[in-house]
Design a protein around this ligand. Structure first.
Ligand code: SF4
Length: 356
């Protein structure tokens, strides 16, 4: 079998497994590694110490998985519905906004399973010496891989000014996964040219002005970081800018003109559960811990824990229009055991002119 035929068969199998696109990159991403280093030196990664810790491995997959010659990148669309007017939703009053990628089941499990199936298929198709080496290894967000860099180099899109990978036929609402392999698969053409042109819509719209420059995100100001990665207090100066976003933010994607080409997901697992795409803040704030655990089971929303959940919803309630229901819900948590929750609840009550 020729290398080109081998790649076509792998691509066909990836489509059967639900991936929309597959590309192959070599392992040299020196330019992206320099960009990462520059970003880390400016401490734009905030408390994400793991970004710093694994910086070398991110740029050198052959150190992560010895013998690696190629990185196979795949993408899978996740947008749960055809409604792309997400900006309107983030501004609607009284409801919560949760980033679209996390309304359904945690994507890691599904992607990891499908990637493992694809890796098995590659192993069957191109058997290699049984020398004790693992010839193919799959990754989904779970290891230090600079996935957007490899995906760009594999031709899956370009890295936009909003730092997301953008595909001219599919926008940016998709997950990426990688298989590191020691098979010398043929490379697919890299996407070297960006198509952002003179557009600055994402930079202009960002509610917290988290982009210090095109292609440069200061995570410490990013709502995704503040509501998910950040475990402590949300800086008071940024709270009002968070609006009704309680887990992540899609603004820099929602405003991107290329997302008019985004496709609705084919995966039932990514569809919203428990009405989380239109839930009311008051209702979410009054969830008991048991309800929180039950309704976020199998979801990435579990990452922040009940305390983080209440912290985030308290901030969003502080930004909501004043109403007896909002004030009563906030007041009901005044004596909550967590100081973090009390601090954000008191701040929220103060936004409604209620003080202790
Ligand atoms: S909104 Fe404009 S500048 Fe930002 S990523 Fe999309 S095309 Fe590029």
């Amino acid at each position: 079998m020729t290398d080109a035929t081998l790649l076509e068969q792998i691509r066909a199998r990836s489509r059967e497994l639900g991936f929309q696109q597959l590309g192959v990159s070599d392992i040299d991403i020196a330019q992206h590694a320099r960009h990462l280093q520059h970003w880390l030196e400016r401490h734009y990664h905030g408390d994400m110490a793991w970004m710093e810790k694994h910086a070398d491995l991110r740029a050198h997959p052959e150190q992560l998985h010895p013998g690696t010659l190629r990185v196979v990148s795949v993408r899978m669309d996740y947008l749960p519905d055809d409604d792309k007017d997400l900006i309107a939703r983030v501004r609607s009053d009284g409801s919560a906004y949760i980033a679209r990628y996390t309304l359904g089941r945690d994507y890691h499990k599904l992607l990891r399973k499908r990637l493992a199936q694809l890796a098995d298929y590659i192993a069957q198709l191109a058997p290699q010496p049984d020398n004790g080496a693992q010839h193919h290894r799959a990754f989904v967000d779970s290891a230090p891989v600079l996935e957007r860099a490899f995906a760009q180099q594999a031709g899956l899109g370009w890295i936009g000014k909003n730092t997301m990978l953008i595909n001219a036929q599919a926008g940016s609402y998709f997950f990426l996964g990688e298989i590191l392999t020691d098979l010398p698969l043929p490379l697919t053409p890299s996407q070297d040219k960006t198509h952002c042109g003179t557009c600055t819509a994402c930079l202009d719209l960002c509610p917290t002005q988290a982009f210090v420059a095109p292609y440069q995100l200061d995570a410490r100001r990013c709502i995704s970081y503040l509501t998910i990665e950040n475990k402590g207090s949300i800086p008071p100066a940024l709270r009002a800018k968070i609006g009704n976003r309680i887990f992540g933010c899609d603004d820099c994607q929602a405003v991107c003109p290329w997302n008019k080409f985004a496709q609705k997901t084919a995966e039932a697992d990514f569809l919203p559960r428990h009405g989380l795409d239109s839930a009311q803040l008051v209702e979410l704030f009054l969830w008991t811990e048991e309800e929180y655990l039950a309704k976020t089971e199998g979801s990435a929303l579990r990452r922040i824990g009940y305390e983080g959940w209440l912290r985030n919803v308290a901030v969003a309630l502080g930004n909501a229009a004043t109403s007896p229901a909002v004030v009563a819900a906030l007041a009901s948590r005044r004596g909550f055991s967590s100081g973090l929750v009390r601090e954000h609840t008191d701040w929220a009550l103060a936004q409604h002119a209620v003080t202790a």
